[in-house]
Design a protein around this ligand. Structure first.
Ligand SMILES: C[S@@+](CC[C@H](N)C(=O)[O-])C[C@H]1O[C@@H](n2cnc3c(N)ncnc32)[C@H](O)[C@@H]1O
Length: 474
């Protein structure tokens, strides 16, 4: 359901004509306390270091109604995305520093203010009442409830202006678009103000729920029929036959997922394996494979007579690769634990297809993982680029002349994308960028003149990814 913006009794938005437009968000009305309880529990665990998508995956299993799942997902991801803007206001209304508040009380305040300021279908007084009820169940009991009530009533009475854009543009952008100031500074330096604002706007919107159909289990149209029979409303997309968009957040414990008919994976992530495009029967080395999204996608491409060798530093990650491959019905994925930044335990110059989907900052996935933006630190882009360069150097050496490697990251930072690839090309004249994909319709508008594939949520709605296909020529 699409909703309009709400401005109860005046709001942050009203404070300046230049305030950016808030998105319309799909929020269902009247889903009640259990949904808020579930959202709050996830938000508190995220503050303790958990990942929202993983925690949501567990929580949503208890909610069979898709409308509840949609609401909980939006409340959690929306509150995390808008946290900077919400805290900007809460900090001015609270006599105590926000860091000193009980984490549960702070999460209740953020959740309520998100509903008051950003969503429009939930009446402000209902959001306040629910927050007060939730606060009563915390350790602080009625004291916490009184505190929450006082602050939230204050938000209804006292709309606060955003920082003055003319005097402090970065401060304004950081509060208005709810991103850390240092990240705003980077986005503006990399893309310019207009594109940075478009990117941050998109980062605060809901990402589509995308799955990869397991084409090893049948044709796309038949799989979509089976999903529909299981109550999952899936629609095919135009780029790859295996990509489909769901109408709502999936219940991962549903039969279709348990039986391995599909796997949750963003469209941008699916395009990475399509860029490598190993033929039927090929052997592929995946140098950073866990949890196995791209490894299993590649397995579906090479078929039963092909093979995927999945490497990763993480034991538990490799166990996950095993279990994903088993669920999808693939027996030809071999896993090996390896630190691919140090050395790869495979014979060099022996493979035709290699993927390095490197560990990265995740700055292209702020929609699905809004908490990442609050966890990153200014040195992370350079730190990751160093690790990625070491890994690409090792991975590239596996290739035989004529072979192809795809390097990818789910980041929009140029350091982590083209910076890493160009460093390899400077060191190794026997590698070139494979530009042949530029004429492939499936990648239309995604591949630049330099042959690099760049995706951004504000440019076509895909996650922020970088991918380059390199060939070894000598
Ligand atoms: C972006 S994730 C890979 C996602 C995976 N390709 C997929 O599609 O499901 C990056 C992976 O790199 C692994 N990793 C980090 N450092 C590594 C290293 N030095 N050697 C090998 N793997 C590493 C992490 O454990 C993580 O699983």
């Amino acid at each position: 359901m699409i909703i309009r913006r709400r401005r109860p009794g005046g709001s942050v938005e009203r404070a300046g004509a230049s305030a950016p437009a808030l998105p319309t968000l799909p929020v269902t009305r009247g889903r009640g306390l259990p949904a808020r309880h579930a959202a709050l529990a996830v938000l508190v665990r995220v503050v303790q270091g958990g990942f929202a998508d993983v925690l949501l995956g567990h929580r949503l299993a208890a909610f069979p109604d898709p409308a509840d799942r949609r609401l909980i997902t939006r409340l959690v991801l929306g509150t995390l995305a808008w946290q900077g803007r919400l805290d900007y206001e809460l900090a001015q209304l609270s006599a105590r520093p926000l860091e000193s508040l009980d984490p549960e009380v702070l999460a209740i305040l953020r959740l309520a203010l998100y509903q008051i300021r950003i969503t429009t279908r939930i009446p402000a007084h209902a959001a306040v009442d629910t927050a007060v009820t939730l606060a009563r169940t915390t350790r602080g009991g009625s004291g916490a409830a009184g505190f929450v009530n006082a602050i939230l009533r204050g938000t209804l009475r006292n709309p606060l202006p955003l920082p003055n854009r003319g005097k402090d543009e970065l401060g304004y952008l950081a509060a208005a678009y709810s991103h850390p100031r240092w990240i705003v500074e980077r986005f503006v330096a990399w893309f310019g103000i207009t594109a940075a604002e478009a990117l941050m706007t998109a980062n605060n919107e809901a990402a589509p729920n995308v799955i990869r159909l397991n084409l090893a289990r049948g044709e796309a149209s038949r799989l979509i029929e089976q999903l529909r029979a299981d109550g999952i409303d899936a629609t095919p997309t135009s780029r790859l036959p295996e990509t489909a968009i769901l109408a709502s957040a999936p219940a991962l414990n549903s039969r279709a997922f348990r039986d391995g008919l599909c796997y949750p994976q963003s469209e941008a992530s699916q395009l990475v394996a399509a860029v490598l495009a190993p033929p039927h029967g090929a052997t592929v080395v995946d140098c950073a494979a866990a949890p196995g999204g791209k490894s299993t996608h590649l397995t579906e491409m090479v078929g039963r007579i092909g093979r995927v060798i999945a490497l990763d530093l993480s034991h538990s990650g490799l166990r996950k690769v095993h279990s994903v491959a088993a669920t999808l019905g693939h027996s030809n994925v071999a896993t090996i634990r390896a630190d691919c930044a140090a050395s790869i335990p495979l014979r060099p110059v022996s493979f035709d297809y290699v993927l390095l989907d490197a560990p990265c900052t995740g700055s292209g996935t702020f929609r699905e993982h809004p908490e990442i933006r609050w966890r990153l630190e200014p040195q992370d882009f350079a730190r990751m680029a160093l690790l990625q360069s070491r890994m690409l150097e090792q991975a590239a050496m596996l290739l035989r002349p004529g072979g192809a490697i795809v390097y990818s990251v789910c980041s929009v930072a140029p350091h982590e994308g083209e910076g890493v690839v160009k460093a390899l090309l400077r060191q190794h004249s026997d590698f070139v960028v494979d530009r042949s994909l530029a004429s492939d319709n499936r990648f239309a508008r995604l591949i630049g003149d330099d042959g690099f594939m760049r995706m951004r949520p504000d440019q076509g709605g895909l996650d922020g990814f970088f991918a380059a296909r390199l060939k070894r020529i000598g």
